[in-house]
Design a protein around this ligand. Structure first.
Ligand SMILES: C[S@@+](CC[C@H](N)C(=O)[O-])C[C@H]1O[C@@H](n2cnc3c(N)ncnc32)[C@H](O)[C@@H]1O
Length: 248
């Protein structure tokens, strides 16, 4: 059987725990998830926010809005510096959406490197794979709570505005750190809520849509618990970056 996958997707296969014997990418990305709901015990995304991101119109709306927002809000731009990316590195962009950040990371790692965008939404990935074609950029459909990659395979991992939608954010963080090589960097961006009287409202309102807000200490505490050192944070308004280096 002839293999009809792009050179970039071929470069992902050796990273996978269970690579397909006859890989195909009819929509430009490799599907490592299969049908939902999950039969393997993972918590499954629910709520209208994820339903929107799973639809074609939602993916298109998000793509245009995020592109416009990134032009003016520096904190939303590529985390290449926080990830200490070098040419030749392999980097994962978890919950990559339409792939704009994945492609910015690909530019930093250059033709000898590899940027892999991972998302659960078929609409987002179809958009990403058609818009961002390059020999060093691949897209993969998977659940961040159970990454289909071998331990210690990548140099850097990022997740921008994705954890708030993932039912078990700690499971996703543990997975990101599991696949990271010792010495590699993780950088995640989440929406936060300050503790105080408004916290309950802040948690309830997005919660009704299947999303959540984090307190300022939640993500830093979790990543330290999962083996990151030198953990640092930066906050702008309700947005918080957390980054650190895998110790071993
Ligand atoms: C707000 S978008 C962010 C997209 C992208 N990171 C960006 O900043 O442009 C959130 C993305 O998280 C994805 N997502 C939600 N739950 C997920 C899961 N369990 N595993 C992987 N991706 C998930 C959604 O499909 C959506 O594309």
């Amino acid at each position: 059987m002839s293999v009809t996958i792009s050179p970039a997707v071929q470069r992902v296969l050796p990273l996978l725990t269970d690579p397909p014997t006859a890989p195909t990418t009819p929509h430009g990305y490799l599907d490592q998830l299969g049908p939902q709901p999950a039969a393997d015990g993972r918590a499954v995304n629910t709520g209208f926010v994820q339903s929107l991101w799973s639809s074609r119109i939602g993916a298109s709306l998000f793509d245009h809005a995020a592109t416009a927002a990134r032009r003016v809000v520096g904190i939303l731009q590529s985390p290449a510096e926080r990830l200490r990316l070098q040419p030749g590195h392999t980097v994962l962009d978890i919950a990559c959406g339409p792939g704009e950040i994945t492609t910015a990371l690909a530019r930093t790692v250059g033709p000898g490197g590899l940027a892999v965008g991972i998302d659960i939404s078929e609409s987002m990935l179809t958009r990403a794979a058609h818009r961002h074609r390059a020999g060093n950029t691949a897209f993969l459909r998977a659940d961040a709570q159970r990454l289909p990659l071998r331990d210690h395979t990548v140099d850097a991992v990022t997740c921008i505005a994705g954890l708030q939608l993932i039912p078990d954010p700690d499971a996703a963080l543990a997975e990101m750190i599991r696949v990271l090589r010792p010495g590699g960097y993780l950088a995640v961006l989440v929406p936060t809520v300050r503790t105080g009287p408004l916290e309950l409202i802040g948690r309830y309102v997005p919660g009704a849509g299947g999303a959540r807000l984090f307190t300022e200490t939640e993500i830093p505490d979790s990543v330290v618990g999962f083996g990151l050192g030198g953990v640092d944070t930066r906050r702008l308004g309700t947005i918080q970056w957390t980054w650190g280096r895998k110790i071993r």
